[in-house]
Design a binder for this molecule. Structure first.
Ligand SMILES: [Zn+2]
Length: 420
């Protein structure tokens, strides 16, 4: 991705740098050749060349670009399971993914980690974004997901003879788990996304207390992935599934819904990040009836929402690492609504706006494996900056409203917002 050339200075705003340090009123942020040269009080800012571009933050907030830590670029208006795999051909889904990536950037998300993709679209989307062919967040890709045969992601009946081609690699036993990871190695993914457990969405055979992979399969996934330098994550709701994942050596946990003391201890021991993705649960409960969602599915979401919120509070209190992101792309939880996750964590889960911003910037960058490059506004990092017209610490929901963005900046280049 190209970097800007020259100098830009952002003034007249409050700096919230993503580290969790107190906000700095009347701040200045200086960007030189696409990187941050200075971020701090305007009184201490270094002199800038005469040929400097100036951006007025209008008394608002200067913060790092947001990181969506569980992004599904290929989901689009999903209202039924079939919409996830066989609704559209790969050609059309690729275009949808490019449109979703552009939208995410316009929503202030300058980086994202894919939480699973149809075919190998996110790997190529990432390449296209890096080559400046299409705009989007700096992406970490995961390609097809891995699930046990008969598990949550294996819903097409055998008589149709279509398997789950495109969305999931189905495995029976550690041998097939190794083979699936080896295929992903060739596909070029960075993360291997697995399904250790079921979900409220499938109450009959794969609910949120059901295991969808064996510990042996998960151990084989991790050993093979780590051997090739890939990281492993998984959809983990049931307590036993969380423990299997942590014992197997997973590098992240998605959802982490029913976390008991032992699983929390395992999580903290290696500082494994967790991405709860809770607004999806809330939206499913609130808007499910509109989409004829069965009552037992809605009841399951109520249970996973409460469990997930409690686990997130426990992890925060214990000093663990949480990322913000969440399964956007469903009809009741569409792309573009990403920042609702942040508001939800403040208003419903009880986090402070500063804690949520740290999770959505610094922690997100760490989860991507790019914490040394992005995620905070500190000298030397890439200039991925969000300038917001308003005080996000006073009202975090401002981040849901793109018209409040003065500039969304990637590598020092203004990509979206009023200033674009
Ligand atoms: Zn997901």
């Amino acid at each position: 991705m190209k970097l800007a050339t020259g100098t830009t200075v952002i003034t007249n705003g409050t700096l919230v740098d993503g580290t969790g340090r107190p906000p700095v009123r009347d701040a200045a942020v200086v960007l030189t050749d696409g990187k941050i040269a200075y971020a701090g009080p305007s009184a201490g800012a270094p002199p800038v060349p005469t040929q400097t571009e100036r951006i007025d933050a209008r008394g608002g907030t200067i913060m790092p670009g947001l990181v969506e830590a569980h992004f599904h670029p290929t989901y689009f208006n999903v209202a039924a399971l079939e919409d996830l795999d066989i609704k559209y051909p790969v050609e059309y889904v690729t275009l949808l993914a490019a449109a979703n990536a552009k939208l995410a950037l316009e929503c202030g998300y300058t980086a994202a980690r894919s939480g699973g993709s149809l075919f190998n679209i996110d790997v190529w989307l990432k390449k296209a974004i890096e080559a400046d062919i299409c705009p989007g967040p700096r992406l970490a890709s995961s390609g097809r997901e891995i699930c046990g045969v008969g598990g949550l992601m294996d819903w097409n009946p055998d008589f149709r003879k279509i398997g789950m081609d495109g969305l999931v690699l189905l495995v029976n036993g550690p041998g097939e788990a190794r083979a699936a990871v080896r295929k992903l190695v060739k596909d070029g993914v960075e993360w291997v996304k697995t399904y250790p457990t079921g979900d409220a969405a499938a109450p009959d055979t794969n609910d949120h207390h059901t295991l969808c992979m064996t510990a042996e399969e998960m151990n084989a996934v991790v050993a093979t992935a780590h051997n090739h330098g890939l990281k492993v994550t998984g959809h983990c709701r049931a307590t036993e599934g969380i423990k299997n994942a942590l014992r197997a050596g997973y590098d992240a946990i998605e959802h982490g819904t029913f976390m008991d003391d032992e699983s929390l201890e395992l999580l903290l021991k290696r500082n494994v990040p967790c991405v709860p993705a809770l607004y999806f649960e809330y939206a499913s409960i609130e808007r499910g009836p509109e989409f004829r969602m069965p009552q037992k599915v809605i009841d399951g979401h109520k249970e996973t929402l409460e469990g997930g919120a409690e686990s997130a509070r426990k992890i925060l209190k214990a000093g663990g690492k949480l990322g913000m992101g969440g399964d956007y792309g469903f009809a009741w939880n569409p792309h573009g609504d990403y920042a609702r996750e942040l508001t939800f964590f403040v208003r419903y889960v009880g986090f402070s706006p500063m804690e949520v911003i740290q999770c959505a910037t610094n922690n997100g960058a760490d989860i991507l494996g790019r914490g040394h490059e992005i995620g905070t506004l500190e000298a030397g990092k890439l200039a991925d900056v969000l300038i917001v017209d308003g005080d996000v610490l006073a009202d975090i929901s401002i981040l849901e409203n793109r018209t409040r963005f003065i500039a969304v900046i990637q590598g020092g280049i203004v990509k979206a917002g009023r200033h674009a």
